[in-house]
Design a protein around this ligand. Structure first.
Ligand code: MD3
Ligand code: FE
Length: 219
């Protein structure tokens, strides 16, 4: 596949509201979109984590991921020696993943709508927690059945440098600073772009961490 991801007018019908910065065709940063809701979101994260603790998955290759993860919603993203997949149950508790808090579902829906994606109803929310030494290497999100739906991500806590690549692993990457309250919507031709987190900004004596919520229509 050789789509010209960041060429001019790649789709022609890309939604483009005035208050969003386009990162690429179909991908938008909504700066501060969740800022007024950060306290509620954090309280709801804490509620999910109390039921389904953050943990470091193993990659299929056997490496412990530096990002700690948990899930809420109908299905959750899981990684172990078997591979990457979505599952209805938390492998630690053997219970279903906690329900998606209304504050999460509403925010994800509203952000998608603000960028022209109608009727976004995510069934999965991955909660990522980054300490200062955590990284997420360049990857594609391709474990979802519904690749036509966008992904919505919400940043909380410490700022981070997001890596935004192209459709091929070797394509050059841009660095985008994501701050607490920033919401990003990735769809259309940008849905399968390579991306990652290069670094989290903060001082080592502080206890602070970064959280990211990633909303997907996974199945
Ligand atoms: C661009 N998380 O969990 S969210 C992930 O900040 C993930 O925790 C990062 O990448 C984080 O898979 C980045 C932003 C994101 C999510 C999905 C994308 C960007 C994306 C899918 C396609 C293109
Ligand atoms: Fe990703």
């Amino acid at each position: 596949m050789t789509l010209d991801l960041f060429g001019h007018d790649a789709t022609g019908d890309t939604p483009n509201p005035p208050h969003a910065d386009a990162l690429g065709p179909g991908a938008f940063v909504l700066r501060g979109f969740a800022r007024s809701r950060l306290e509620t979101l954090q309280a709801d994260i804490d509620g999910v984590v109390a039921q389904a603790p953050l943990r470091h998955w193993l990659t299929p290759g056997g490496k412990r991921m530096s990002v700690a993860m948990t899930n809420c919603g109908e299905v959750g993203w899981i990684s172990d020696r078997v591979g990457y997949r979505y599952g209805t149950h938390d492998p630690l508790s053997k219970q279903r993943w906690p329900a998606m808090p209304a504050s999460f579902a509403e925010l994800a829906h509203n952000a998608a709508e603000a960028t022209g994606y109608r009727d976004f109803r995510p069934d999965a929310c991955l909660i990522n927690r980054y300490t200062l030494d955590a990284r997420l290497t360049l990857h594609q999100d391709r474990d979802e059945r519904e690749l036509g739906a966008p992904i919505v991500s919400v940043s909380l806590g410490l700022p981070a440098i997001f890596l935004w690549g192209g459709l091929q692993r070797g394509d050059r990457t841009r660095r985008v600073r994501l701050e607490p309250g920033d919401v990003v919507v990735w769809g259309g031709p940008s849905r399968l772009a390579y991306h990652g987190i290069a670094s989290v900004e903060g001082s080592f004596d502080a206890q602070a961490v970064r959280y990211n919520l990633t909303f997907r229509q996974a199945r």
